[in-house]
Ligand binder design. Structure first.
Ligand code: F6R
Length: 242
């Protein structure tokens, strides 16, 4: 793994965007794997800035999101489909038809998960997968004890994840308890991975991912088996790396 430590989240976003744009620029039919949450926001705005400056062109970029809550339709502002629409599709000027999110409203969720895997494969896989990391070491919504070779499937969110995500919901509103998420095996199929971590509450998880034993108890540690992982963290998130 290559690890870059930066002073703040703006720098994390700038460095990540530069590296991501380079990889996408070399791809014939570029495919970006996108994450929701707070962590990648400076990366998305930096990617948008590169496009505005004419240093990157995302006209034909296709994108696949990592995960979605079960029971929230795409027009619900708290859904990940809506989040990706605002932070990625609109900001980077992508064609909405090229941006995909797992379907958390499908009658047959298992079939929808299988179809999502097929769609990624038919796009010839992901060139760069952007990841945040949960305080418990999750990537996507692959919570501790997830199979290291898992594929897109339904998962139950850990209590800690629900508590962490409660900030996106009104007080007293229930955070969904289930989701559809790409599996760890799906994420590992991406040709390049950029793992971002910002803030002291990610320090233990990041240390576990980068330096800990590879274990389903820290799902992000599976990335140690991936040949092309770039970790970009701010000082606080990197504070427990040796
Ligand atoms: C988001 C996702 C999650 C987040 C993680 C960190 O699609 O799959 O793994 O990346 O929970 O969230 P933030 O960035 O909000 O701290």
């Amino acid at each position: 793994m290559e690890v870059i430590i930066c002073s703040d989240e703006q720098a994390v976003g700038r460095i990540a965007a530069d590296r991501i744009a380079k990889v996408l620029g070399r791809a014939k039919a570029p495919v970006l794997g996108v994450a929701t949450g707070s962590t990648p926001l400076t990366t998305y705005s930096s990617l948008a800035a590169l496009a505005a400056e004419g240093k990157a062109d995302f006209t034909d970029l296709r994108a696949f999101a990592l995960d979605e809550y079960i029971g929230l339709p795409a027009d619900d502002e708290r859904s990940y489909a809506a989040t990706i629409r605002h932070t990625v599709t609109e900001q980077l000027g992508l064609d909405p038809a090229n941006v995909h999110t797992p379907d958390g409203m499908a009658d047959d969720l298992d079939a929808a998960c299988a179809a999502y895997e097929t769609a990624i494969q038919e796009a010839d896989g992901v060139d760069v997968q952007i990841l945040g990391i949960g305080a418990n070491g999750h990537i996507g919504f692959n919570e501790p004890t997830s199979s290291l070779s898992s594929r897109t499937r339904v998962k139950t969110l850990a209590e800690r994840t629900k508590a962490d995500n409660a900030r996106f919901f009104e007080e007293g509103e229930k955070v969904p308890s289930h989701c559809v998420t790409q599996g760890l095996g799906t994420i590992m199929d991406a040709r390049n991975v950029v793992l971002l971590a910002i803030g002291a509450n990610k320090a233990d998880a990041l240390a576990g991912a980068v330096e800990g034993p590879v274990s389903a108890m820290c799902p992000a540690s599976v990335l140690q088996f991936h040949p092309h992982v770039l970790v970009i963290a701010d000082d606080a998130a990197a504070s427990k790396l040796t």
